[in-house]
Design a protein around this ligand. Structure first.
Ligand SMILES: NC(=O)C1=CN([C@@H]2O[C@H](COP(=O)(O)OP(=O)(O)OC[C@H]3O[C@@H](n4cnc5c(N)ncnc54)[C@H](O)[C@@H]3O)[C@@H](O)[C@H]2O)C=CC1
Ligand SMILES: O=C1[C@@H](O)[C@H](O)[C@@H](O)[C@H](O)[C@H]1O
Length: 344
């Protein structure tokens, strides 16, 4: 069976995903596209040689009876509406992060999905499919380092443009750590505090860079997460978990080690699209395969989107207040308690 897909938002990641579906993965075909910038939608059809209808908006695209699944790859503030109308129409949804821009929006989606009666939505937290994170999670789940006590991690980008403001360190960047870390250690967050170290000269007036987020979990694990988006030297994701019996660290990206002229060197990537290319491929293949095989997606759920939104809201408050802020999650509904998949 080929799953017929409609893509809402044909910008950077929308195009990346279209390319994946058409040229790399199996079991899906893009049959409809839309973008508020209609030129961009037509260009995607032309560039990827799609046999697809261009719709004027998300409502008309979702109304296409031939579409089985909707990819929401528009700007964050537009996600909630598109996801809700897709659920209403009973379509599967792959939604890029954020699921919605705040906790209330995520809860509206969670309610609509439960009312529908089976899982339809997967959120684009692709790190759960990254081979290094999968290995790290296996080590923790197999109790190789005993109980986790502390985590130190970094999310570093070489540079960002002037549109990237202080709050985006949370909503665009830390959001990936927020999802990956609670999944890694099977724990929930309890509070967060933010510190602003000395600001790099490579930043601009409306961006505090770097930032350090100190999260505590309900079981007492202390997490120090650094976001440094003008680090200059490359795109670098680090994560180290300190346990009672040892330490487990995210593997470095494989790169040849050169010994030359009295130096040892290896390359660091510059681009997140390349760093997580395999993970994006696996998450989308898993989305398509799960729909075909078990009739519902198995990846990160709408509830994971809600957890990320509540935590991100608290991080934003902590940025503003300089105080430690509590993170209060509602109880997980039974609907979302089912084990999510194992991938590698
Ligand atoms: N999982 C990941 O690693 C990544 C996730 N993202 C997320 O994907 C989303 C898109 O990001 P980019 O592609 O980088 O942005 P982009 O700005 O390149 O593309 C967004 C596109 O959506 C269109 N759009 C906006 N509102 C719309 C609406 N109501 N209906 C239809 N089209 C609409 C825009 O015209 C634009 O073409 C964001 O939420 C972003 O956070 C982006 C990059 C990586
Ligand atoms: O979502 C993403 C981008 O928006 C963001 O700019 C990058 O830093 C992230 O690592 C990437 O995964």
């Amino acid at each position: 069976m080929t799953i017929k897909i409609g893509v809402i938002g044909t910008g950077a990641i929308g195009r990346e995903h279209i390319n994946r579906i058409e040229n790399i993965l199996s079991g899906g075909e893009v049959k409809a596209v839309t973008d508020v910038n209609q030129e961009s939608a037509y260009k995607a059809v032309e560039d990827y040689n799609l046999d697809a209808t261009v719709y004027p908006d998300d409502i008309s695209l979702v109304g296409d009876e031939n579409i089985d699944a909707v990819f929401v790859t528009s700007w964050g503030p537009a996600h909630e509406q598109s996801v809700l109308i897709a659920i209403e129409a009973g379509k599967y949804v792959f939604c890029e992060k954020p699921l919605a821009t705040n906790a209330e929006g995520c809860l509206r989606i969670v309610e609509a999905e439960q009312k529908h009666g089976k899982r339809l939505v997967q959120v684009g937290f692709m790190r759960r499919y990254d081979e290094g994170y999968v290995q790290l999670k296996d080590a923790l789940d197999n109790n190789e380092i005993g109980n986790p006590l502390m985590i130190r991690c970094s999310h570093r980008n070489p540079a960002v443009d002037e549109n990237y403001k202080t709050n985006m360190a949370v909503t665009e960047t830390l959001i990936h750590e927020i999802d990956a870390l609670h999944w890694l250690i099977n724990d929930n967050y309890e509070s967060v505090r933010v510190d602003f170290p000395k600001k790099t000269k490579h930043s601009h007036a409306e961006l505090q860079d770097p930032q350090v987020f100190t999260l505590k979990t309900q079981s007492g694990v202390l997490i120090q997460a650094e976001v440094f988006v003008n680090c200059k030297y490359g795109y670098d994701i680090q994560c180290e978990v300190m346990g009672e019996e040892g330490i487990a660290k995210l593997p470095e990206v494989a790169s040849v080690v050169v010994r030359k002229e009295s130096k040892v060197s290896s390359n660091i990537l510059n681009d997140w699209k390349i760093r997580f290319m395999d993970a994006y491929n696996k998450e989308l293949q898993n989305f398509l395969d799960s729909i075909e095989k078990i009739g519902e997606p198995q990846g990160p759920t709408s509830w994971d989107g809600y957890i990320a939104a509540v935590t991100a809201d608290a991080c934003l408050q902590a940025q503003e207040s300089g105080e430690e802020v509590d993170i209060n999650l509602q109880d997980t509904p039974d609907f979302y308690k089912k084990e999510t998949a194992v991938w590698s």
